[in-house]
Design a protein around this ligand. Structure first.
Ligand code: AMP
Ligand code: MG
Length: 305
């Protein structure tokens, strides 16, 4: 059952964990400044401690208290917040987002979520919340309330139902450090949209400065086969576009990337429950939001890069 915001604030204030809806995926939230609460998140998720968490704040003013934003970070915040963009910048306040939450780094990841219920809870609590995806580490992210409760409900003192997640993949992560803007994780704010605001992104450090990118991710129990042209015996095909397999399992029958992103983790979970010999996925275009979808699929298929 869904808790009230007041119940959730009480749980957070006592150092407990709360299942929190966001527009990307469901999160497992705690007071970012409470090292014991943050430790409980790593424990519940089975998440390696070298993988830092994102501080979720109510607005750009609260973000400015946590991190040091240069002109380009500010331009990105203005263009995409509230919304599914996480900005990694030098840390300003080392206590508001504790060392464990930052994995001991001198930088901090910050985001203002687009989901009104998430912002309302952060405002009511008054301090930043860390809120990694509410799945156990290495499993697909939950995009519905029921999936979130199934994954980490055992560790949460309260759970807020905010409906199905509209975006369905985790936030885009960019770092703005030493004057360079680098895409660390593709998401629904696309490379093209970022470059329209800050110009060409730095390609040098891509993928190497985000510790969380080193671990296997998003994998269901069944093996996942990507860019599948045909279906093998016992496999379920997650299609994309007209005529690609059973429409019931399609990521998007019309070939729409936003719809495919919103359906991605839910379909992987649903397919997995059928205990197929494998999950095959149709080719997805590489551009725009397709970059994030293909990134998650490659990880689900076991290609860690
Ligand atoms: P998650 O909470 O699972 O959505 O993952 C957060 C992502 O942000 C992971 O890929 C982290 O590695 C990345 N991240 C968080 N903080 C930092 C940081 N200070 N520097 C680089 N990457 C970060
Ligand atoms: Mg995650």
């Amino acid at each position: 059952m869904s808790a009230s915001d007041a119940e959730a604030v009480a749980v957070l204030s006592a150092g407990g964990l709360v299942i929190l809806p966001t527009e990307t995926v469901y999160g497992l939230a705690a007071d970012a400044g409470d090292a014991r609460a943050v430790a409980a998140i790593f424990e519940a998720k089975g998440r390696p401690r070298f993988n830092p968490l994102i501080a979720h704040v109510a607005d750009a003013v609260q973000a400015g208290a946590v991190a040091v934003f240069d002109g380009r970070a500010q331009a990105l915040a203005e263009a995409f917040w509230p919304g599914p963009l996480t900005i990694v910048a030098p840390v300003r306040d080392r206590t508001g987002v504790c060392d464990l939450a930052r994995a001991g780094l001198d930088s901090v990841a910050v985001r203002v979520p687009g989901h009104a219920r998430a912002r309302a809870l952060i405002s009511a609590f008054g301090r930043p919340l860390v809120a990694p995806s509410a799945n156990r580490s290495g499993r697909p992210s939950p995009t519905t309330f029921a999936d979130a409760v199934e994954e980490t409900g055992f560790a949460a003192g309260a759970a807020l139902d905010g409906g199905a997640c509209a975006v369905g993949v985790e936030s885009t992560v960019v770092s703005v450090l030493d004057g360079r803007v680098t895409l660390l994780r593709p998401g629904s704010v696309t490379r093209e949209e970022l470059e329209a605001v800050v110009g060409p992104l730095d390609r040098g450090g891509e993928g190497h400065r985000s510790p969380g990118r080193l671990t296997l991710h998003y994998a269901p129990d069944a093996p996942v086969r990507i860019e599948a042209q045909t279906v093998r015996d016992g496999e379920i095909l997650l299609g994309f576009g007209p005529g690609a397999g059973d429409p019931r399992w399609s990521l998007s029958p019309s070939g729409d990337l936003r719809e495919a992103a919103a359906n991605l983790f839910r379909r992987l979970r649903e397919a997995d429950r059928e205990r197929p010999s494998g999950i095959a996925v149709s080719p997805i275009p590489a551009q725009g939001l397709g970059e994030a979808i293909n990134d998650r699929l490659r990880r689900a298929a076991g290609f860690v890069g």
